[in-house]
Design a protein around this ligand. Structure first.
Ligand SMILES: Cc1cc2nc3c(=O)[nH]c(=O)nc-3n(C[C@H](O)[C@H](O)[C@H](O)COP(=O)(O)O)c2cc1C
Length: 219
């Protein structure tokens, strides 16, 4: 796949988010590589890490008081400010980290619900031989529930502690090309959905549920 030529249009912007709290995070390393590829292809990368979006445990009583944690507010703001988002998530015990799900739960409570209709690219990095792929399957569930359009191709970097060059690139040339091609394919999708929006507009939490204003969440 060649470069993504969008020199003739307004640059696309991507929230590029490492869902790790660690300072030497492998997922941060991977997402920085993604940000670099976006910028090489004339996109804008808005880098964030989990420390900016971390929230206290979701509590309905706090929400009823009308106060949202600063991390949820920041994540919502950055989702809305960008055309699409990319997350690189660690895998904890075969799933996403609890703090990430907690932040997603908080952000899902805003109206309008900010994940609806947003394109998402998911990736993971782990020292294991599976690369944290199960975290991504678990992440698809809340995002698809919330109306995000999750890109079908997931990228999980295996043995990530050995995968990078000192210049912070993926060392294996085949893997580096696959990683780059996947990001460029995602950029093309975001560009087309920005200019040819999907006809779907409403978000209904459970499409087939009996309509009842007491329980339903519809936007
Ligand atoms: C509680 C916990 C559970 C973990 N479970 C998994 C797992 O199921 N699969 C896996 O590949 N790695 C697992 N790991 C290892 C992480 O993938 C590894 O620590 C990774 O470097 C975390 O990402 P980060 O470097 O971006 O913080 C686990 C780590 C912790 C702390």
């Amino acid at each position: 796949m060649g470069n993504f030529d969008q020199s003739h249009i307004e640059p696309l912007s991507f929230l590029v988010f490492s869902a790790s709290l660690g300072k030497d995070s492998l997922n941060t390393e991977l997402v920085r590589t993604a940000a670099h590829i976006i910028e090489e292809n004339n996109g804008k990368a808005d880098f964030a890490n989990m420390n900016e979006f971390d929230c206290p445990s979701y509590n309905h009583d706090i929400e009823l008081n009308g106060s949202f944690p600063a991390g949820a507010e920041e994540f919502r703001k950055r989702l809305l400010a960008n055309d699409a988002f990319i997350i690189s998530s660690p895998e904890y015990n075969g799933s996403m980290p609890g703090f990430l799900k907690n932040t997603i739960d908080w952000v899902s409570r805003y109206h309008p619900q900010p994940f609806n209709e947003r394109n998402a690219l998911l990736m993971s990095a782990s020292p294991s031989m599976a690369g944290g792929k199960n975290a991504l399957w678990s992440l698809r569930v809340p995002f698809e529930h919330l109306g995000a359009r999750v890109f079908p191709d997931l990228f999980s970097l295996t043995q990530a502690h050995k995968a990078f060059t000192p210049e912070r690139k993926i060392a294996d040339p085949t893997l580096a090309k696959r990683f780059r091609d996947n990001i460029i394919a995602f950029m093309s999708l975001v560009e087309s959905s920005k200019h040819y929006p999907c006809i779907k507009k409403a978000w209904v939490e459970f499409l087939g549920e009996k309509a009842d204003p007491v329980t339903e969440r519809v936007e």
